[in-house]
Design a protein around this ligand. Structure first.
Ligand SMILES: O=P(O)(O)O[C@@H]1[C@@H](OP(=O)(O)O)[C@H](OP(=O)(O)O)[C@H](O)[C@H](OP(=O)(O)O)[C@H]1OP(=O)(O)O
Ligand SMILES: Nc1ncnc2c1ncn2[C@@H]1O[C@H](COP(=O)(O)OP(=O)(O)O)[C@@H](O)[C@H]1O
Ligand SMILES: [Mg+2]
Ligand SMILES: [Mg+2]
Length: 289
């Protein structure tokens, strides 16, 4: 990155942040109270440094209920499509797992369901998901959980990468549709691995255009703008699916803070331009202040 005048320095978490650098921008993805305090303290004492992003805003994405709340609150009209979230139910830690079938029925959730650990903490376990074909088998799972209706989407997922103002979409293979026939024949809960990580990019495959067509650009731009603003974050990605058989009904199922941007096309340019712009804007603000 020398050619663009950017020099990346790895932070040593065992040394005070203020003694390292000086930094123009601090990028971070560590979790935990201790690190949060370090970053907050540094932000307050060094307003001249751009810290990406605020720990509290990042924390919001570490819970699968709160991460999707801002999507629920959005009202995207006139954007060539609709964006919502699948119907879901949170099963808290204090709930006895044997009451889950009752809770599912009471909430009127339709099978099959995806069961996801409520908390996302970067561990493999927090990405351990289950597909439930009947509500009784859900009693085998360990709360806290989010139970989400499985939405047929033709086995294809859109990863929408947001880096500041830039938006890039990548297609990935996902879970195949579940037919009514399959649902009536199968029961039980099935663990599935970290699909999005294992799945190859679907961009080069020969795909059905009605499934693979990218979400409309105006919709993505509004979604990205609103989420950037509401979440208060500049580096994240959104997993979005198109409801099978529709042209423009989309669901956001996951939002990840600072994901592996290496899988985003042209990431080197996008990322370096983003950093340079941040720095330039900060300098401009300083001059006009
Ligand atoms: O490891 P990668 O490059 O696949 O990136 C992970 C992301 O995968 P993706 O590229 O979006 O499919 C991954 O996204 P998913 O939750 O799998 O959709 C997470 O962002 C993950 O971070 P964490 O474990 O939640 O802290 C990301 O992990 P780290 O980048 O933190 O290792
Ligand atoms: N409601 C859903 N309907 C259909 N498929 C889903 C749903 N939720 C998750 N999936 C599938 O499971 C994968 C992992 O779920 P996700 O919520 O993205 O968790 P993670 O944070 O572990 O990536 C998704 O990429 C998608 O393939
Ligand atoms: Mg995901
Ligand atoms: Mg995720």
């Amino acid at each position: 990155m020398w050619s663009k005048g950017i020099y990346f320095v790895a932070i040593d978490v065992n040394k005070p942040l203020a003694e390292q650098g000086p930094f123009d921008i601090v990028l971070h993805k560590l979790l935990g109270e201790e690190w949060r305090d370090v970053i907050e303290d540094f932000r307050q004492k060094h307003p001249e440094v751009i810290v990406l992003d605020p720990p509290d805003a990042i924390q919001h994405l570490h819970n699968r209920q709160s991460m999707l709340q801002d999507v629920v609150d959005l009202n995207l009209s006139d954007c060539n499509g609709k964006v919502g979230i699948p119907r879901q139910l949170v099963i808290t830690k204090d709930k006895n797992p044997s009451t889950i079938p009752y809770e599912v029925n009471k909430a009127g959730l339709k099978l099959p369901l995806v069961a996801k650990p409520l908390v996302v903490d970067g561990s493999a376990k927090s990405h351990e998901l289950f597909l439930a074909y009947d509500e009784f088998s859900l009693s085998e799972l360990e709360p806290p959980l989010v139970l989400q209706e499985f939405v047929n989407h033709g086995g294809l997922l859109f990863k929408i990468y947001i880096v500041g103002d830039s938006i890039k979409v990548v297609r990935r293979f996902s879970l195949p549709n579940i037919s009514k026939r399959e649902l009536s024949k199968v029961s039980g809960v099935y663990r599935f691995p970290r699909v999005s990580c294992a799945a190859a990019s679907a961009d080069d495959a020969d795909l059905d255009p009605s499934i693979a067509e990218h979400p409309p650009r105006p919709l993505l731009e509004r979604l990205a703008k609103e989420l950037r603003h509401r979440l208060g974050l500049r580096l994240f990605n959104v997993d979005m699916i198109r409801e099978y058989g529709t042209k423009d009904v989309f669901y956001v199922i996951d939002i990840n803070y600072f994901p592996g941007f290496g899988k985003m096309p042209d990431y080197e340019h996008v990322f370096t331009d983003f950093l340079l712009n941040l720095k330039q804007n900060k300098c401009k603000k300083k001059l006009t202040a």
